[in-house]
Design a protein. Structure first.
Ligand SMILES: [Mn+2]
Length: 345
């Protein structure tokens, strides 16, 4: 029996902060929300929330962007709005969440309002370095029940491109513990539409696959990518009942487990999925409660350290994905990241 899709990269709308941001974000989020048939009251809340996010970025942030997308999880769908910037950070988050007015003149203004408007709201800030906000609006009466491992991911195309050659997906898997998940991170060689086709194809094969070990899934996607330009690809199996991660990868995908402030790297082999794959090897690391698995393409620098992100890793996985991408992404490539956090809804 094949696993059920838990989450995957879909269409992601990146809006850079400029004078037209608020209007553009409002229009885009309205379209996404109506596309999911959210009630008008909820559409209005989503529109107000992104307007607040946009206004906040324009007034106070350095190098800000909004990210708008539909996320799907176990048969449920939501509109998700992310705000990413490079500073100056929020001085006192709990206070800003309580009362936007008390944070007047800083990035925190309106935070309380956003938190009340969203079904689920999250914030992570690094003083002087940047803030990520997430607001989610669920269709069909709310978030699905989830297991002990939460997942999310994010992609950003290289400047000037509309489509991204990096892709990620998460599915359930039989033959392991009841809450085990398979994660895929794929970086189609190069960028632009041809790279995006490779990444989309990898996602399809992953979604339709029935193998249960990372090495077998890697080999299956390798076969499915024959005839394309190929990809760097890594597959991880996260099993909370065994408290272990197993990973098979080919090419340049960074994969590491953050636990107790330290990072354990999981090696990939040289090779190009779809073109040339050596005999897969599998590497393992402990994955205790509180640990986070982070996999990302070479569109992010691998020099970051957990200590650079105080307070981030116990958070909602979407904040982890967004803040690591926000801080570590290089501008000269597509960027993609997928995250699994043990012990969070
Ligand atoms: Mn790349």
């Amino acid at each position: 029996m094949k696993g059920a899709l838990v989450a995957e990269a879909g269409d992601v709308h990146w809006l850079r902060a400029d004078v037209a941001l608020a209007a553009a974000a409002r229009r885009q989020v309205g379209q996404l929300a109506r596309g999911l048939c959210l009630p008008e009251e909820q559409v209005a809340r989503a529109e107000l929330c992104v307007t607040e996010m946009a206004t906040n970025l324009l007034k106070h942030a350095v190098d800000g962007s909004l990210v708008l997308r539909v996320v799907r999880a176990r048969g449920h769908a939501a509109v998700e709005c992310l705000s990413l910037d490079s500073g100056p950070g929020i001085e006192d988050v709990p206070r800003a969440l309580r009362d936007g007015m008390s944070a007047a003149g800083s990035l925190g203004i309106g935070l309380g309002a956003m938190g009340r408007l969203a079904d689920v709201f999250g914030v992570h800030t690094l003083r002087g370095r940047g803030t990520v906000l997430s607001a989610r609006f669920w269709a069909d009466g709310g978030a699905p029940a989830s297991g002990p491992v939460g997942t999310s991911g994010l992609t950003r195309p290289i400047g000037g491109e509309q489509v991204c050659g990096d892709s990620w997906a998460v599915r359930t898997v039989d033959g392991h513990g009841p809450d085990a998940l398979l994660l895929m991170m794929c970086d189609g060689l190069g960028h632009g539409p041809l790279a995006a086709r490779v990444a989309d194809r990898a996602r399809e094969v992953f979604r339709d696959g029935h193998h249960t070990s990372p090495a077998d899934v890697l080999a299956e996607i390798h076969r499915g990518l024959r005839g394309t330009r190929g990809a760097a690809l890594a597959i991880a199996l996260v099993d909370p009942s065994e408290q272990r991660v197993r990973l098979s990868g080919a090419g340049n995908i960074t994969a590491l487990v953050v636990a107790d402030g330290a990072r354990t790297g999981l090696l990939s082999m040289p090779g190009i999925a779809g073109v040339q794959l050596p005999r897969p090897r599998t590497f393992e690391a402990p994955f205790p409660p509180g640990a986070a698995l982070v996999m990302h393409s070479d569109g992010l620098s691998d020099r970051w350290k957990p200590a650079d992100f105080p307070g981030l890793f116990p958070q909602d996985p979407v904040l982890v994905a967004a803040q690591v991408l926000n801080q570590a992404a290089v501008r000269k490539d597509d960027a993609g990241i997928v995250v699994a956090v043990h012990g969070r809804p």
